[in-house]
Design a protein around this ligand. Structure first.
Ligand code: NAD
Length: 253
């Protein structure tokens, strides 16, 4: 593919799940290089590492051990793209989820989710925009959630953090569009990854989830990755400050 025109992408949370699928599909769509920024190199779901997948798909790849909660580490991950000519695309897929009654949430639970999902996204975006402004182009794809649009019981802090990501996308779009930096939010619905299988114990591909999803199935990481390719590529040249919902129709059903 040539959709991504030899671009260089940095993907936080790129080791596993949705971020891993995005890295692979960016390579298949013609990216020159992908920086996999994650706190671990191995996919949570097992199988080949993202670096291996990207190389098999024909692009260069490097893993940068990154805890996005630390702005200096986020900066280092973005800077790693300089070795390939500089960052063109940032995807912020690093995220965590905890489920439980709002009445049982501790301060540590609150901080854990907000630090990765909100703070981690903010400082990765800041580092990317600093570089993209200088070149006059770039695309940021901030991974929110359908939970960043509508409420959900037993996952309040997560939905807060993802609502923050959505508003960050709109604010960055307002501030940096004139510099040629496009920014959009991508909102996956229930997608089959270790987050939903293990952390939330929520993937039920049987009747319950299907009855809530008009297209009749849960999402696969590749479904989200295809939408990310669109937002990263010139196909979306006039899409800016928007929310792309990829959920099989569940949010507004
Ligand atoms: P996942 O757990 O499979 O992958 C998340 C990745 O983020 C992991 O590789 C993990 O190591 C990494 N990560 C976590 N904390 C980090 C940190 N502090 N620094 C760097 N990396 C860190 O989950 P996923 O389902 O692929 O989720 C990817 C993104 O999509 C998340 O932001 C999640 O909130 C969002 N999302 C997922 C779903 C879903 O149904 N799976 C739905 C909506 C939104």
């Amino acid at each position: 593919g040539t959709l991504l025109q030899d671009g260089v992408a940095v993907v936080t949370g790129g080791a596993s799940g949705i971020g891993r699928a995005i890295c692979e599909r960016f390579a298949l769509a013609g990216a020159r290089a992908v920086v996999v920024a994650d706190r671990q190199a191995e996919p949570r779901e097992g199988g080949a590492s993202t670096v291996e997948l990207v190389r098999q798909a024909g692009a260069e790849a490097v893993f940068v051990e990154t805890d996005v909660r630390d702005p200096a580490q986020a900066e280092r991950a973005v800077a790693a793209a300089d070795d390939f000519g500089g960052i063109d695309v940032l995807v912020t897929a690093a995220g965590i989820a905890r489920r439980g009654s709002t009445l049982e949430v501790s301060e540590a639970d609150y901080d854990a989710v907000m630090d990765v999902n909100a703070k981690g996204t903010f400082f990765a975006a800041q580092a990317a925009v600093r570089r993209m402004r200088g070149t006059g182009s770039g695309s940021l794809v901030l991974i929110s959630s359908t939970g960043g649009i509508k409420g959900n019981s037993d996952i309040a802090v997560y939905t807060m953090s993802k609502g923050a990501v959505r508003l960050l996308a709109y604010s960055l779009a307002a501030e940096f569009g004139a510099d040629g930096v496009r920014v959009n939010a991508l909102h996956p619905g229930l997608t089959e990854t270790e987050m939903t299988r293990t952390d939330l114990g929520r993937v039920d591909t049987g009747s319950v989830s299907q009855s809530r999803i008009p297209l009749g199935r849960t999402g696969q990481p590749g479904d989200i990755a295809d939408a990310a390719v669109f937002l990263a590529s010139p196909m979306s040249a006039f899409v800016h400050g928007s929310s792309l919902v990829v959920d099989g129709g569940s949010t507004w059903a």
